[in-house]
Structures are given as C-alpha cells and as structure tokens.
Design a protein. Structure first.
Length: 672
C-alpha cells in the first residue's frame, strides 16, 4: 500500500519483485512478466472493473508496478469467511465477470490466470478482475514454450498447461473452475495434484447443494477438457445464462413423440434364444470406463499421469532455484506463434461435438426416452437391464431389473413418474422412477413386445407386438382396454398423437395403420405396395407423421432383425426414403432425403421443425429442416450404428445412442 502524492494522496498498490539470483534468466523472465502486465493494463485503459495502471519502473534491480488500489476483498477470502456461494450468487458473479472478459477479449487480450484470488469484490459490491501478469496478446492463438507454465495449477486448462496455448475458451475454463471452487468449497489444486484433469467429468459429485439444469449445463460446457468442446466466446455463455428458464411441462402440453426410440422390426424369438450378438465398434481400444463417467478426448491416461509427475517435478526444481511463491515461477515466451484457422474449431461448424458422451458397459444402447422435465434419461441396452441417468450430471442413478429377456422399448409417462418397458419375455412392466420399484406387469401378448407408447394425458399405454396386435392398457389399473387387430405381420413401431385420440402403427406387412383409440377402429390404412415401413414419428402438432420405408422391391423378403444386430442384405441394391403423411386425409409427400442404409430411428423437435435421422450402416445423424425441406448438417461422432434418437421436451437437447456403446447429449444451439 502507498499514497500517490501527485493525486491528492490517492491510495495505490505497488507491486515489487526482487528475484534471488540477479542477472539470471529468472530476472529476465520476471522482467518480461512485469512489463507484460504493465502493457496489458495500459492497453485496457480505464475500466471500472479493471485496475488502472499508474506507473511502472525499475530501480536497483527491482521491478515496480504501481496501480490503482481496489478497496475490497478477494473471493477466496470471502469463501473462507462466508462459506460456499449459492447458485444465485454464482449467476451474478458470472454476469459481472463475463462482461469484464468481454471487454478484455475485445482488446485481444487473454487473462490466463482467472481464480478467486484474482477477483476482488469492492466495498460497493462491484467485482474487479486483477493481476494481468499472465495475460497475453491474442493472435489466432497464443502459444508459449511447451516448457512454460502459465496460469495457476488446478484452474488453468489443459492446452495452456501442456501445450502453452491459450484462447478465449481458456479463460472460460478457468472461470468455470472458479465457479466450481466457490460452489463446492473444494480447491481444484487438491483435485488436480492427485488426478490431473480426471476430476472434471465428475465435478458435480462435489456439489453440496442442488443446482438447476440451466447452470449445470453451462458449467459442464465451460469445463470441457478439450477446448473445442467449450464455449468459444463470452457471448455464447451470456446467451445461455440470460436465456429464459426451461418451461415446466404439464400433462396437457404437447410433447414430442419419441417413437424414434421404437426398435426396428424384431424377430420372433426362437424356442431357445441365444443372446444377440451385436456388431459394435468401440470408440477406444482400452476398456470402457464406468457408466458414470463422461467420454473425454484426452491423451492416453498413462501419458497424462507421466506429464503431471514431470510437471510437478519441474515445479519443485523451479521452487528451489528461484524461491518465493509459485506464482513467481510462471514464465512466458515473448514471441507468440500463430496457427492455421483450421486448428480453431467452432462448435457450430460441420465438426460439431456433443455436449458430452456417456459410455456404457453394454454392447449397444437400443432405445432411449427423456423425461418431460428434460432432466432424466432412460436407456435400455442389448440385454434385459434398463438404466436411469441424470442428464445434467451424466451420472447413472438407477437400474431396473426384472425382465427375463431382451428389452425392446421404453417410454416415460407425461408426469415423469412412471416408466414403461416392453420385452422379449412378452410382458410390459411399469416402474416407479423415483423408487425403482416394479408397479405392475402387464401380460396378454403371445409374442415379444416390440414397442410401447404412453398417451399425453398419462392414462393409456399402447403396446405393439410380434403377435401382430396392438394392445391398449389402463395405466392406473393395469387392465387391458382392448386389442387392435388388422396387421398380418409383426408390429414394428407405434406412436400416439398429442391429443391422445389417434394411434399410428407400422408393420412388416408393408402397411401403416391409423386407429381411433376410443373405438379401436381402423381409420386409415396406408400401403407401400411391396416396400415396408420401419420407423415412425408423430409430429408434435398432431396433424402429420413421418415414416421411413424400404424402396427395394424385395423388401418383404428382408429378414426381421433384432435391434442392434446386422443382417445379410437380400438384394444388391437397397434404398430407403422418408414420407410425410396427413393423418386425416391420408395424403403423403415424399421428403427429398435418400439413404442407402436402413433407417433405424426418427425424432422430431418439439416445435415440429427439425427432423433427426439415424441409420443402420452409417454412424452419422442427419438433421433435416422439415419446413424448408433442406438438410441442415450431419453429426459424425458416433462410431457405430445409430439406434435411437430423442429430443428433450424443452427443445434444447438431442440425445442419440448407438452400437458404439455410447449415449451422446447434443445441445441444439451448438449444432444448428
């Protein structure tokens, strides 16, 4: 502390650095850092939330930097004195800091050392960002020597610590870690020194209080280890932070039909069925991690651990050489190197990445369903186990065991309390999602249950089966209401209209049938001639539905297949198309989309504008604009067949699953 006599004794701060070894490389590095901080503060000019530079000089081999005194307390001390921050306080802090960073980044400066100690809350409550000693001028990227340590361990991102690179996304990572520290009270350095960046995918496990889905998803994206998967600008974070909260979903609100998760035509089980062999291609050569971990594109764990040990060794040696605090050890290269534009990948380009990926221990994830509040995900794999996931954290929270054979389809009731599952054991089971307990088992089908759907009022359950019938059930009582007959081959998928009055079914008999749920009568029968419909999805508006079908003239001879398995082609040329149907008139329109692969799954966004398409032989997901009839983009991160797709009811997320043992969570704003 000092007083500036030239400015009426205004209080100021004098920063002094006196390295122990004069005339060494350490002095040169320290000089560079101090000069750098002075340049950055001068460049940023006078900003109410950034300290103003008053003077800089060198005297008697000591370096001095004089800047405005900020009357307040840093957030680390505030955390120690007052305890962890509430969600509301974190949101306010993000608003303040993001707007400061917006100015900093606009000046082509990256701070590179954001942490609670470098954030001061003034007595008037205003937030001030201090200590620009590690900051750097932004070119296309910022790079330093690979032996250079820039930033604070635990807060600095991988690219900054390992490769000497820094981007606006690097500051956003450090800000995310800062929020984590203030929310949990857990110091990231304590986690980093034991696990490196391994704690990042499980950051939510350290929470001591509930967190909203909105803030949870924001922090998850800020805390991605790979910088290309983070927010790429402050503006993107602010857009999410200031977007209205997800609307609550009532039973009467139209909900996107997720019959995209209905399986493809299923085979009739043999007398002594064998466990299906699923053709898969693992994302990695190493064993898959536990289901509660995210899939992160990091270096090999062995190399990462070696790097951490080496880095800690360098730190220890440097501490002996220079003495003083760890902060004074950080060095910088005065010559930034630019890289090609292709290195900096926006999340909105053709290489869009999912928000995160979940790896399971199963061979294939064949069907998924999302709860109406968009917080819970249900999946079933190539077996008889059903899994429940927290979408915000990616954590598996429960398993449902009770079916004796393959589970084909799952559905969640509109109130989010009941889970329905259809199985090869010829039963439908109803589960209490909160407790995991079995509510009831519905019997009556004489063959496997291929598809289940629940009406929007939550009163009626429909089930399609290999016995060629569709059954309607009273969910509350478990009683059979009626059986719909008319298909001459197995029923492959079903969907219920948003008003609960109409049911649509597809079958291997090459027809789509429209049924009146109240009377059980057939209203329409749409025939493909010699081609068969495979997948079907109802438009949330309720007036139309979209189906996929096989154009091959020999499609009727195509062998039925178990979800997740491959079958030998029955002809040398097969093609698959999409058609949109009017429920009332039976008129149809060909959607200008063609595929050489069997279309496994379809999903329509809640606003009825975006169609997601997943196919068998392709690991790609196609996004198609229904209104403009144009393809939007292709998502390519799966490495196996796409088995199921579903949009969240709030219209913010797309979830995909496949034979690569993964479930991927996509944010629509990142991929559209």
């Amino acid at each position: 502390m000092a007083s500036d006599t030239d400015k009426l004794n205004e209080e100021c701060v004098i920063k002094q650095f006196a390295p122990q070894f004069q005339g060494t490389a350490g002095l040169q590095k320290a000089t560079e850092l101090f000069e750098q901080e002075a340049r950055r503060l001068q460049q940023l000019g006078e900003h109410p939330q950034i300290p103003t530079l008053l003077a800089y000089f060198q005297e008697n081999n000591c370096l001095y930097l004089v800047q405005q005194f900020i009357d307040g307390q840093d957030l680390f001390k505030e955390l120690q004195q007052q305890g962890t921050f509430s969600e509301a306080h974190i949101k306010d802090l993000l608003q303040d800091l993001l707007n400061i960073l917006k100015i900093v980044h606009q000046q082509k400066v990256i701070h590179r050392d954001i942490k609670p100690e470098n954030i001061i809350r003034r007595r008037d409550g205003k937030i001030v960002l201090i200590d620009f000693g590690a900051s750097k001028q932004l070119t296309k990227t910022v790079m330093t020597s690979k032996k250079t340590i820039i930033g604070s361990l635990g807060y600095a991102p991988l690219e900054q610590m390992q490769g000497g690179e820094a981007y606006p996304a690097s500051d956003l990572f450090s800000l995310g870690v800062t929020c984590f520290h203030l929310l949990t009270g857990t110091h990231p350095w304590e986690l980093w020194k034991h696990n490196g960046y391994g704690w990042i995918p499980k950051w939510y496990q350290y929470l001591k209080q509930p967190l909203s889905q909105e803030l949870g998803l924001i922090l998850t994206k800020m805390l991605q280890v790979e910088y290309t998967q983070r927010y790429q600008s402050v503006a993107q974070v602010l857009q999410d932070l200031n977007s209205p909260p997800s609307p609550s979903v009532s039973p009467t609100k139209p909900k996107v039909a997720t019959q995209s998760s209905c399986p493809k035509p299923a085979p009739k089980p043999s007398a002594s069925p064998k466990k299906p062999k699923v053709a898969t291609q693992s994302l990695r050569s190493k064993p898959a991690p536990t289901p509660t971990t995210y899939t992160l594109n990091q270096k090999n764990q062995e190399n990462k651990n070696l790097w951490i040990i080496t880095l800690l060794g360098i730190m220890g040696f440097s501490a002996l050489l220079f003495g003083g605090s760890l902060r004074s050890l950080y060095t910088d290269s005065p010559s930034p190197t630019s890289i090609s534009k292709s290195r900096v990948t926006s999340v909105n380009n053709s290489g869009a990445s999912p928000l995160y990926s979940l790896e399971t221990n199963s061979d294939s994830v064949n069907s998924i369903a999302i709860s109406p509040d968009s917080k819970t995900l249900v999946s079933n794999d190539a077996g008889n186990t059903i899994k429940l996931w927290n979408i915000i954290t990616g954590k598996q929270t429960r398993t449902f065991n009770g079916h004796s054979k393959f589970v084909y389809s799952v559905a969640i009731s509109p109130n989010g309390k009941t889970l329905a599952s259809g199985s090869g054991d010829k039963t439908i089971k109803l589960w209490n999602i909160a407790t995991g307990k079995l509510i009831s088992t519905l019997t009556g089908h004489s063959e496997y249950v291929s598809s289940v759907a629940i009406s929007l009022n939550g009163k009626t359950l429909a089930s399609g089966s290999g016995d060629k019938t569709i059954k309607l059930w009273n969910i509350a009582t478990g009683e059979l209401i009626r059986t719909l007959t008319g298909h001459s081959k197995y029923v492959s998928s079903i969907a219920i209209s948003p008003d609960g009055k109409t049911l649509v079914s597809t079958s291997a008999d090459s027809t789509i049938k429209v049924w009146n749920i109240a009377t059980g009568k057939q209203v329409q029968t749409f025939s493909y001639g010699s081609s068969g419909a495979s997948s079907i999805v109802m438009n949330p508006k309720g007036k139309t539905f979209i189906s996929s079908y096989n154009n091959n003239i020999n499609s009727l001879d195509r062998p039925a297949k178990l979800p997740g398995t491959r079958v030998a082609p029955v002809s040398s040329i097969e093609s698959y198309s999409l058609r949109q149907w009017n429920v009332a008139t039976g008129e149809s329109t060909l959607i200008p989309f063609g595929s050489s692969s069997y279309i496994n799954s379809l999903a329509i966004s809640p606003d009825g504008k975006i169609l997601a398409i997943g196919s068998e032989k392709s690991a790609n997901i196609k996004l198609y604009n229904i209104l403009t009839e144009k393809e939007i983009r292709t998502l390519t991160t799966h490495s196996g067949n796409i088995q199921s797709l579903a949009f969240s009811s709030d219209g913010k997320l797309l979830v995909s699953s496949g034979t690569d043992k993964t479930i991927k969570i996509w944010r629509l704003m990142d991929i559209l």
